[in-house]
Write a protein that binds this ligand. Sequence first.
Ligand SMILES: C[S@@+](CC[C@H](N)C(=O)[O-])C[C@H]1O[C@@H](n2cnc3c(N)ncnc32)[C@H](O)[C@@H]1O
Length: 215
Amino acid sequence: MKMDLGAKITFIDGQLATLNLVPGSSVYGERLLGDYRSWSPRRSKLASALLKGLKLPLSADSSVLYLGASTGTTASHLSDILSDGILYLVEFAKKPMEKLVSLCEARYNMIPIFEDANHPERYLGIVGEVDLIYQDISQPNQVEILIKNADHLLKKSGWVIIAIKARSIDLARSSEDIFRSELEKFSMRFEIEETFDLSPGYRDHLMVVGKLSSN
Ligand SMILES: C[S@@+](CC[C@H](N)C(=O)[O-])C[C@H]1O[C@@H](n2cnc3c(N)ncnc32)[C@H](O)[C@@H]1O
């Protein structure tokens, strides 16, 4: 797995941090630690997974499609990492999108896309093929959305990372049962590389890392 991120991600005073793409500016009230911005696992599932051992399959010049970007909290840290790359951000809610757009104005590698992630055909003219799709969307058809986007927009050698939220899929079944059936759907299209249980910070959430299946 590629993880050639140099000094882009580090630990300072025991805190995970990314090298600030816009020196001196804070995005959502996070602490500035010299040239770095603190990345709290309480604010970001991706930070939580990194602290549990996830290695990002990225380098500074990678391209990433982010589904469910909201106001850009986690996305801003990916923007720090992708200093020579590009980050396409899909969000369908108006309020967070407004904040996201102003964040993108300050960061040259972030492109906002005001769209429903169920319809990748509507933004394939903007995005092209990417190295990684990262998805954090609380919808019952989470895995189907990821597959549709990968079919249109992921390089053959590309990676996917999805935060599966059991409670958005079914309130009655156990999360173990939901994860089992979602992983079955996931593995029809992707090879599962790693999974990370995000509890106790994020109860009933499983982060799954995969690659397109070769067959
Ligand atoms: C859990 S929040 C994302 C938080 C964000 N990933 C972060 O860590 O900073 C989920 C976001 O997905 C968006 N969303 C849900 N369904 C969507 C869809 N079908 N298309 C685009 N965005 C969607 C919601 O509006 C919400 O902002």
